[in-house]
Structure formats: structure tokens, C-alpha cells
Write a protein that binds this ligand. Structure first.
Ligand SMILES: Cc1cc2nc3c(=O)[nH]c(=O)nc-3n(C[C@H](O)[C@H](O)[C@H](O)COP(=O)(O)OP(=O)(O)OC[C@H]3O[C@@H](n4cnc5c(N)ncnc54)[C@H](O)[C@@H]3O)c2cc1C
Length: 400
């Protein structure tokens, strides 16, 4: 049975940045990355808004706040060093009603506590930044930007392979068995492996991977699909950079926004509805096992009972383009349904407790020989180099 020092499960941006941090400081380690798909980064990492977040939103001192700031800086440096397109274009967070101004005040305080630059702008200044936006108050956040996370992953993978890391695609891990001396890694249709340490970075399957070694793990991943529309090329001038609403502080999602991507297209979304499969990118993608697990989980019913009103609104916007556009028109009134065409959706992996709480922060857990990333939602792509550093540090602590 082939033996490795470290096996990393998951070839999304968290698995790759963890491998990168680990091998950069410990080149003597034999590290293998296992990805079940034929290509890397095809799930959350390949289906996101491509925004480099500034770190404004997160609870001061939380993993999200600290890794987002450090990770953003590291990501910009990595992009510069490797010629990867990115643009620190800034964004506006726009209050469209008087009730949102208090939340905007709270966000301005949070920016200060997190050391993130943010400036209150007048309606006239807002119009200069984004001429088509209707708002009564706004924050301008100059450090937000855009990047192609897919290109980041391709570069990371190429560098890892050059430095001797083995990356195996089409390699699905079916179970992990932790022993005293090592961990046995079973694969679908291939020989098992053995590793001194395993790190799981499984995104939408992170709870299942962790449960192989922590069967009592109380949290579950719920998959929330986020649908997007794209502005027709002739209407792209409606949006210059990144336009966000004031987020509802009860949820970790940021609300439907308008963002420019690195290829110049403008995306609108995402909303948030329960996906009918962990990798359910369309309404017709249904997985009976995934759904049965959701409905058997008390956390889902408690979450649904607390937030059913918001949920109904999200479903309505999912089924009705007109309703989706109405939400966008609060930010950009000149938008019409004819301006938008459907664009591929993404599915967020969101850990939920048995009590029905959405876990807000990045979470990882450890047994003697397995480090499991459990919750790495947005802004984990922005923060990935810093998250990867923390996970790599934990791995080294286990190995020494
Ligand atoms: C709609 C949407 C918009 C977002 N927007 C942003 C944004 O603008 N900015 C930002 O910073 N973040 C954003 N995010 C969040 C960000 O994309 C994710 O936090 C990040 O990509 C998570 O990376 P990951 O490696 O943990 O997960 P993933 O990219 O999902 O990778 C996990 C990998 O593990 C593999 N895997 C799972 N199980 C197994 C197994 N048993 N064996 C082998 N391989 C396995 C999967 O196939 C997958 O490739 C967004 C996310 C979504 C969904």
C-alpha cells in the first residue's frame, strides 16, 4: 500500500492552498492531493462571484476577520508574482431605505474595528462612483476587488506539481480509518493509501469526510444554491464595479449583488435556496440520499421554522425572474428583465448546528491524525492562503 506523509482530500482552493503552504515550508514532506472530480476546483471554487473581499463584514477577532485580511493581502501578492489578472476596483454598499442606515452605521463601526478602509459617501459621490445606483446612503470600500480564483488554482496546482506534490484527480475518498500509526484512505475503484496525517477540505462533503473519524459530529453541511443572472453585453455600462446591498445581519449571506468579473462580464446574484442535492446546480438535480439526510436533521427543521419568511422570499426569487429583477432594481432602477440572461448557479456549503444555527465562522477540527475543515464559506476563497497557512501549521504540529 502506498504510503505518504500527508494526504489532502479535496482539490478546491482550500485543499490547494493548504498543500501550497505545507510544502513551501516543509519541502521534505511527501504530500498527495486527492480530488474526486476529473478537474480541480469545479465546485464552490469554480462557481463563485470572484470577489476579493476586504474583510469589512466579519466579527472582529473571528477567523473570518483575521484570515480575510491576511489572505486578501497574500492573494494580491500571489497574483502579482504570478501574473494573474486581478483588479482592486473597490465596491459600494448601498442603503436603499431608512431602516438600513442603522445597519450601515454598524458596518462602518465594524470596518474600523477590523482595520478595513471604508468611507461614508454622499449621494452625489455615490453617483460618481456608480452613476446608475439609487441609494440614500452608502459606504465606499476601496480595498475590495476581483480575481479569477480558477486561474489562482491552476497556478497553484502547476507549482505544486513542479515541486513534487502528487495531485490525483478522479480519486474519490470513500472512507478514512484512523489507526495508532497512520490513517488508511480508501478510494473508489483504486488501491487504498496510508498516510501519517490526513487533511480533509471537502467543501460540500466536508461533514461526511469528518464523520469517518468523528462519527458523533453534530453539525451538517446544508447546500444552498445561489442563482446568478448575467447582464447582456450591451447593458454592462449599468455597473462599473461592485454594488452590494446592506446585508441582513441575521444571515452569513451578503444579499443579491451586482459584480464585475475579471473577463468584463457583470453578474447579478446569488440568492439562497436549499439545493436538492449537495451538488445540485439546477432545480432538476435531485439526490434522494442528500435530501433524506437534510430532512432527518433537526437543525434543518429548526432553521426552517425560524426563517421561513425569508426562505419563501428566496424561493419566489428563484422561480420568478421578475421578482429577482425587482430586488436588483432597488439598487439599479434602470435594470429590466430583458437586460439579464441566466448564468450558471453555485452551491454554498454551509455548516448548520443541530439547534438550527448557521455557523458563521470558519471551523476546523482535529483528531490525532486527521485535520478536518468543516466550514469554509465565503470569504474563504479570498482568505484561502491564510486559512491554508493555519491548517498547514496544525498539520506540522501533529507531525512533529
Ligand atoms: C455562489 C458562491 C459565491 C461565492 N462568492 C465568493 C466570493 O466572491 N469571494 C470569496 O472569497 N468567496 C466566495 N465564495 C466562497 C468560496 O467560493 C468558497 O468558500 C471556497 O471556494 C471554498 O473552497 P473549498 O476548497 O473549501 O471548497 P470546494 O471548492 O467546493 O472544493 C472542495 C473539493 O473537495 C472535493 N471532494 C469532496 N469530497 C471528496 C471526496 N470524498 N474525495 C475526493 N474529493 C472530494 C470536491 O469535489 C471539491 O472539488 C462563494 C461561494 C459560492 C458557492
Amino acid at each position: 500500500m502506498t504510503r505518504h506523509d500527508v494526504v489532502i482530500v479535496g482539490g478546491g482552493i482550500i485543499g490547494l492552498t493548504t498543500a501550497w503552504n505545507l510544502t513551501s515550508t516543509n519541502p521534505e514532506l511527501s504530500v498527495t492531493v486527492l480530488e474526486k472530480e476529473e478537474r480541480l476546483a469545479v465546485h464552490q471554487t469554480g462557481h463563485n462571484s470572484g470577489v476579493l473581499h476586504s474583510g469589512i463584514y466579519y466579527r472582529p477577532g473571528s477567523n473570518k476577520a483575521t484570515t480575510c485580511r491576511a489572505g486578501r493581502a497574500a492573494m494580491i501578492e500571489f497574483c502579482r508574482a504570478n501574473d494573474i489578472d486581478h483588479d482592486i476596483c473597490g465596491k459600494v454598499i448601498v442603503a436603499t431605505g431608512a431602516d438600513q442606515v442603522v445597519s450601515l452605521d454598524a458596518l462602518a463601526d465594524r470596518a474600523e474595528a477590523n482595520g478595513v478602509k471604508a468611507r461614508r459617501v454622499s449621494v452625489a459621490e455615490l453617483r460618481e462612483l456608480e452613476p446608475e445606483v439609487a441609494g440614500i446612503d452608502a459606504l465606499h470600500v476601496p480595498d475590495a476587488g476581483i480575481v479569477d480564483f480558477g486561474a489562482v488554482c491552476r497556478t497553484l496546482a502547476a507549482k505544486l506539481v513542479d515541486a513534487g506534490t502528487l495531485i490525483r484527480t478522479g480519486a474519490e475518498v470513500t472512507s478514512l480509518s484512523e489507526g495508532i500509526r497512520d490513517v488508511r484512505v480508501d478510494l473508489a475503484g483504486a488501491e487504498p493509501l496510508r498516510a501519517d496525517l490526513v487533511i480533509t477540505c471537502g467543501g460540500l462533503h466536508s461533514d461526511r469526510l469528518a464523520r469517518h473519524v468523528q462519527p458523533e459530529l453534530p453539525e451538517r453541511i446544508l447546500p444552498f444554491r445561489g442563482e446568478y443572472f448575467e447582464l447582456k453585453p450591451e447593458r454592462r455600462q449599468l455597473v462599473k464595479n461592485l454594488i452590494y446591498p446592506v446585508p441582513d445581519p441575521r444571515f452569513p449571506f451578503l444579499g443579491v449583488h451586482l459584480t464585475r468579473t475579471i473577463d468584463g462580464s457583470i453578474h447579478a446574484g446569488p440568492n439562497a435556496v436549499l439545493a436538492l442535492a449537495r451538488e445540485g446546480y439546477r432545480w432538476r438535480d435531485i439526490d434522494v440520499r442528500d435530501l433524506a439526510e437534510v430532512f432527518a436533521f433537526p437543525g434543518w427543521w429548526r432553521l426552517a421554522a425560524s426563517y421561513w419568511r425569508t426562505g419563501v422570499g428566496e424561493y419566489y426569487r428563484s422561480l420568478s425572474k421578475r421578482a429577482f429583477v425587482a430586488a436588483l432594481q432597488q439598487l439599479v432602477p434602470a435594470l429590466s428583465t430583458d437586460d439579464l440572461e441566466a448564468s450558471p448557479a453555485g452551491v454554498r456549503a454551509q455548516a448548520v448546528s443541530r439547534q438550527g444555527e448557521l455557523l458563521d465562522d470558519f471551523v476546523w477540527s482535529e483528531t490525532s491524525r486527521v485535520v478536518s475543515v468543516l466550514n469554509a464559506p465565503s470569504p474563504a476563497a479570498t482568505a484561502s492562503l491564510a486559512i491554508g497557512q493555519r491548517i498547514a501549521d496544525r498539520a506540522v504540529a501533529h507531525l512533529t
